[in-house]
Write a protein that binds this ligand. Structure first.
Ligand SMILES: Nc1ncnc2c1ncn2[C@@H]1O[C@H](COP(=O)(O)OP(=O)(O)O)[C@@H](O)[C@H]1O
Ligand SMILES: CC(=O)N[C@@H](CCC(=O)OP(=O)(O)O)C(=O)O
Length: 259
């Protein structure tokens, strides 16, 4: 029997940092019919806030090396300012958004990343999603808005990559819904030439991803994003797509991920 459709959308830092682009994205998100869930990043704002406070940010393979000071900043920025700004905007557009981070409701439990071979500090890898309770919240009519902050089983807060958070929530919720996962960012999709918006690669699977990586066509934050997208499609998510934030509700745009 087919399940109810659920749209899970991830929105990244470049859009969140651009007020007009964010407003237009949120209007489109609010107009999606039926159950929906938003995961947001905000890495760019966290980096500039840290710089204002005299703290340098270091990224390795798309992950922020998170010391105690950085953890305080990312928690305030992601689970505070960004999350509440988005929720308030969605509520003003009759979307019944509820702001959450991993520790709320025990929805996402993580584990501090092993410090060997590389110590990322307070960075969490997701261990468990409490999908049953979260599905209940969604079925009750709420649209969860997740900040990429988690905690471990001892209560230690951790910083988690937002693309990974979206992937784990999508896989967990696939037991209860037919999930479409859309990664929205500021490009038209995965591009053959990152400077040419007309060069969208229409489909990506494990085999051509390996080739695109080897050829240096995908780089930086795009590599973990595609790894997350490929994991989602391999583990029960029905549709996975990467597209420009303006096209969140246009299923024919962007790059489709294939198993
Ligand atoms: N082939 C590619 N096509 C599109 N973007 C690419 C490609 N290779 C690298 N990128 C970079 O990946 C970025 C998206 O990853 P990331 O910065 O982690 O996004 P976000 O913070 O929006 O999740 C793009 O802004 C772009 O600079
Ligand atoms: C561990 C880790 O790297 N966490 C990310 C969380 C934010 C994020 O993923 O934001 P974008 O989607 O805007 O890149 C970070 O602090 O940058």
């Amino acid at each position: 029997m087919s399940k109810q459709a659920l749209h899970i959308v991830k929105i990244g830092g470049n859009i969140i940092d651009a007020p007009e682009a964010l407003a237009s994205f949120l209007a489109n998100f609010a107009s999606i019919k039926g159950p929906k869930l938003l995961v947001h990043g905000g890495g760019k704002i966290a980096t500039s806030m840290a710089a204002e406070l005299g703290i340098q940010s270091q990224m390795i393979d798309g992950r922020r090396v998170t010391d105690a000071d950085s953890l305080r900043i990312v928690t305030m920025v992601y689970a505070g300012w960004i999350n509440k700004s988005i929720v308030a905007s969605l509520q003003a557009q009759q979307c019944n958004a509820i702001g959450l981070a991993g520790p709320d409701g025990g929805f996402v439990v993580a584990k501090k990343r092993n410090p060997v071979p590389m110590d990322y500090g307070f960075v969490g890898d997701i261990e468990k999603v409490n999908a049953q309770d979260l599905a209940g919240l969604i079925t009750a009519g709420f649209s969860p808005v997740f900040a990429p902050i988690t905690a471990d089983s001892t209560g230690q807060l951790l910083n988690t990559n937002a693309d990974t958070m979206a992937q784990a929530l999508a896989i967990g919720l696939s037991d209860y819904f037919d999930v479409t996962l859309t990664y929205c960012f500021e490009k038209q999709g995965v591009l053959m030439d990152p400077n040419d918006d007309n060069s969208v690669i229409s489909q990506i699977n494990q085999a051509n991803f390996a080739q695109l990586k080897a050829d240096g066509i995908v780089s930086a934050g795009m590599i973990p994003k595609l790894e997350n997208a490929l994991k989602a499609i391999a583990q029960g998510v029905q549709i996975v797509r990467l597209c420009h934030a303006d096209f969140v509700s246009q299923p024919d745009k962007g790059t489709l991920i294939q198993a």
